[in-house]
Design a protein around this ligand. Sequence first.
Ligand code: ATP
Ligand code: MG
Length: 580
Amino acid sequence: MKARDLKDKYIKFFESKGHKEIPSARLVPENDSTTLFISAGMHPLVPYLLGQPHPLGARLVDVQKCVRTGDIEEVGDECHHTFFEMLGNWSLGDYFKKEAIEYSYEFLTKVLNIDNNNLSVTCFAGDDDAPKDTESAEIWERLGIKDIKFLPKKDNWWGPAGTTGPCGPDTEMFYDGLEIWNDVFMQYNKNAKGEYEKLTRPNVDTGMGVERTTAVLSGLNDDYLTDIFQPIIKKIEELSGLSYVETRLITSLQSTHQKSMRIISDHIRSAVFIIADGVEPNNKEAGYVLRRLIRRAIREGKNLGMENNFCKIVAQSVLDNQDNYAGIYPELDLNKNKILEIIENEEIKFRKTLESGLHEINKLIIRNHQVSGSEAFNLYQSYGFPVEMIEEELDKNNLCLDIDEFNKLKTEHAKKSKTLSAGKFKSGLADDSHVVTKYHTATHLLHAALRNILGEQVQQSGSNITSNRLRFDFTYHSALTLDEIKKVEDFVNDNIKKNLPVMCQIMPLEKAKESGALHFFGNKYPSSVSVYSVGNVESWVSKEICTGPHVENTGIMGKFKIIKQESAGSGKRRVYAILE
Ligand code: ATP
Ligand code: MG
């Protein structure tokens, strides 16, 4: 089966059960500084899972683009990718376990025609916090599933996203031992005391991987053999002159070639989608992840003897995939040239880095007759210089790297950044704090101010909020003068002082656009949206299509101040502002 058919069938099936389709959110979360990428379908829906009404109702379905950097070390196996598409259906306080499991079962066995005997499931085993999920198990049993296992929290429990919030048991579905789908039942609220209170309006959140399920349905045990990856793999075979599957004999060399091809296709596909959502390679956060992906792909290319620039050509094969991406994700078509250019430039840059890294290594060899573990780690860490290449250079000189010391430093560093990013994820989401809400409304007022003072050609091109400041990117040709900055600040502060109400209206997308509500060009919106206006509905100061949340009244926001401005690329400016 083609991935496209699976996606269509999934959406149609859940629509027939009263679900409304919502578009995929961007990979980079808007106004959420707690995490770098969307990693599951539920992620953009957190506000609704916490009780905010969704404009399209209580039953939703979608295909969501996801990036899981945490899975990067697994990439190279048959079924873990950094980028993948997740199918999901939600009940926001509507149906619960019975319908959710019955829908899953019906979809798997009636729509996808999977034989009951190939399916197995796991349910929550119970512990001191919450009882064993016999309810789910009984529903599965009644449907005829024989293989039901009970597992502890570590395997069959989701959440909360932060330290407190909704959470609950889940039930996972496996096809011949491979996990393909997960139904999460958010039926508890973990409170500040660490107790699990039963929720009166529990939610259902599910996630099914497109790549894995497509493979299973095609009778394949390798995602890279599906129509999703084959055009990319073929291109790499062509460029390297090697073949992905050697049927006559699988040698260990063959299998490392296969692994390299998987990593290259995975990483370049991710890079294409990440750039399409507005990220450029640099040395921090999302930009750094993107840079690492491209560099790792180039390193794997070396294993295949690909010494010339190839990333752009591989990226082109992702963009050209008519069955899955071209014409389906408008952000790919709109940004085609930019994506290819960024990838090509990054590759050229990295190859230069490799050259100077090699030079550096050879200098160390001549001077010290050795490259120490910490020198190697430095080269790896600051240049992204691959450790295998350091070993190769040493080997040429009959020397050998203290790989234990290198690995020790690498593990220490990884631990440090893991704690950092775990902290990052925890700090937000569930406790979408007051401060962040204020900054969110301030962003709308700033947008209105810029258009008022600089002209209507100003358009928002990005924004990011932390609990300390807001960052706002917009289209404009030159730096703001001091006078313009003052005027923008005054505009925002005047409207804060006026103590204006902030209103949310739910309306059809076309009506929202007609009414003058600002929206992102090129963004996909659902057919019905929420529109936030600051001021009165007739004489508003700002009006935008947005998911919120916002303050109820501008009066509580404090004093607005722009603290910094800079360029954000050609024709784009960036300002940072605080509320005092
Ligand atoms: P696994 O244990 O195999 O890593 P998971 O428990 O992390 O899976 P969930 O978080 O439950 O998976 O995500 C829901 C579904 O998304 C999975 O059932 C699977 O089909 C898919 N999925 C999860 N991680 C990946 C990945 N890295 N690449 C491709 N698909 C994935
Ligand atoms: Mg996982």
